[in-house]
Design a protein around this ligand. Structure first.
Ligand code: BG6
Length: 482
């Protein structure tokens, strides 16, 4: 069904995210007939171009959907462009007039710019009273670069948009498997009784990318993997795994429970960062069969201690999780693109099998976020046939593509329409962002106080060997079984 008619205004309209994710997401919803014809998508950037020029850029961005050329053209008729500078008055009156032409459209302002522009943009939106009525603002991560700057941004945005109008997006929450975690945990009687320190040995979360930083180096070098991936996406995954059952799926019931997890993360600071964290930076190597430059070459040879890889071990200090390590790792230029959550259960308390039957492996529940979204539950069974009782470890394997035969919508498709509908369940509340920074800041401070460079790793490998040591020291290994 169609959503209510809307104007989606994308600040940073000529940027990477708009071209790679936001416009394609809206296009797919358009093809599915969900976008009313009176809706508009308005790209905003400083670049001096016009509707035709912007449509030409977006036509290219949508070119992957070649067979749908006619649909692309129809879609582009709903796409517009205005050149605006957040720091200058020029053009803002006309822009406001454009929006007030359609007073009944829900207004969504998507801020996909450097966070230091959020404040200027919001105050101009406020000055033109574009925050009134059915008007929402979407803040792309990272919100700030530490707690203090996040507070400044949230305060400034909050002077113009109320908390209920503010959607802090974390696109990992829009991924199918992440939402599936809710269904799996709270729709089955099977898991919840085992979902605690008594039965779970550890949890590991990997978000591996083959891409390097490419043309995002200017942004990335000021962020690094902890700010870019861990403070937001990975902590949100931790929350979905670890939170208590919310009393309902209402936005605040879910977010209250996530907040408690974030506040219960054990601190990592100067006293223990060296034991609990590993930072890496890629050097030249190979990715997908091609040789690729190192991170510093992508920065044009500049010096940088920015990490492109992080592995760390954290714990959630509450009754349910006391003593259960959560190992997280993420990096650019790793050997494959794979994101997964592994819940590793404890061994059975006593083995009745002869050692010659083979080792008794732990049960593992593997939630694959991408690619090939699915769920695997690794079980021990008897190897079929005569030849005695030999044990085998095999997965109960559910691939969404095979089971449902449809390709999964991109996270942004779901989340953008949730904003139009006014449903903030899968968005971060201000207090969540603050709690996440409160945990991340001391790690960043410990790293900068140590003055140590990140450990080099060759592009196309699984990061510095210290990351393997981090988990193997505890007698565990990173999941390699898929
Ligand atoms: C973004 C990060 O939030 O997530 C990028 O800024 C990263 O650096 C991207 O590449 C990963 O998203 P996905 O959906 O491709 O896993």
């Amino acid at each position: 069904p169609q959503v209510q008619s809307f104007d989606l205004v994308i600040f940073g309209g000529t940027g990477d995210l708009a071209a790679r994710k936001l416009l394609p997401a809206m296009f797919h919803r358009f093809v599915d007939g969900q976008i009313p014809p009176s809706s508009r998508i308005i790209g905003i950037a400083r670049e001096a171009t016009d509707d035709a020029g912007y449509r030409a850029q977006m036509r290219k961005a949508l070119a992957g959907d070649g067979s749908k050329a006619a649909q692309v053209e129809a879609f582009l008729q709903q796409v517009f462009y205005r050149s605006l500078d957040a720091r200058k008055d020029n053009g803002w009156d006309d822009f406001a007039a454009l929006l007030t032409e359609r007073p009944d459209n829900v207004r969504v302002f998507y801020l996909s710019t450097a966070p230091d522009l959020f404040i200027d943009i919001c105050s101009r939106l406020g000055a033109h009273r574009l925050n009134e009525g059915e008007s929402r603002v979407v803040l792309e991560k990272p919100i700030g670069r530490d707690l203090e700057s996040a507070n400044q941004i949230n305060d400034a945005v909050g002077r113009v948009f109320s908390e209920s109008q503010t959607y802090r997006i974390d696109h990992y929450l829009g991924k199918e498997t992440v939402q599936n975690l809710l269904a799996l945990r709270f729709g089955n009687a099977l898991f919840e009784p085992l979902w605690n320190a008594e039965h779970i040995d550890h949890v590991q979360i990997t978000v591996a990318e083959t891409l390097g930083v490419g043309n995002r180096a200017a942004y990335y070098d000021h962020a690094g993997a902890l700010r870019d991936m861990v403070q937001n996406h990975m902590l949100q995954l931790v929350c979905m795994v670890a939170m208590e059952p919310p009393s309902s799926l209402s936005p605040d019931a879910v977010r209250d429970e996530k907040l408690k997890v974030l506040r219960s993360l054990k601190p990592i600071d100067e006293s223990n960062a060296a034991q609990l964290t590993v930072r890496g930076q890629y050097r030249a190597g190979a990715a997908e069969g091609q040789s690729v430059p190192g991170y510093l070459e992508e920065l044009d040879g500049a010096k940088s201690h920015t990490e492109t890889f992080v592995a760390l071990k954290t714990e959630i200090a509450n009754w349910r999780w006391a003593g259960v390590p959560f190992y997280l790792r993420t990096g650019k230029r790793l050997p494959e693109r794979v994101s997964e959550i592994v819940v590793a259960f404890k061994a059975v308390p006593h083995s009745i099998f002869d050692p010659s039957a083979g080792p008794l492996a732990h049960n593992r529940l593997v939630l694959r976020l991408q690619p090939d979204e699915g769920v695997k539950l690794w079980l021990t069974i008897k190897h079929p046939g005569p030849g005695g009782l030999r044990l085998r470890h095999v997965p109960l394997d559910m691939s969404f593509a095979e089971a449902f035969g449809v390709s999964q919508p991109d996270a942004y498709e779901r989340l953008l329409l949730d904003v139009v509908r006014g449903n903030p369940t899968l968005f971060m509340r201000r207090d969540e962002v603050e709690a996440a920074w409160r945990w991340a800041d001391p790690i960043l401070e410990a790293w900068s106080a140590s003055g140590e460079a990140p450990k080099p790793y060759t592009a196309g490998t699984w990061g510095p060997s210290a990351s393997v040591a981090l988990i193997e020291r505890d007698g565990r290994t990173w999941n390699e079984d898929g």
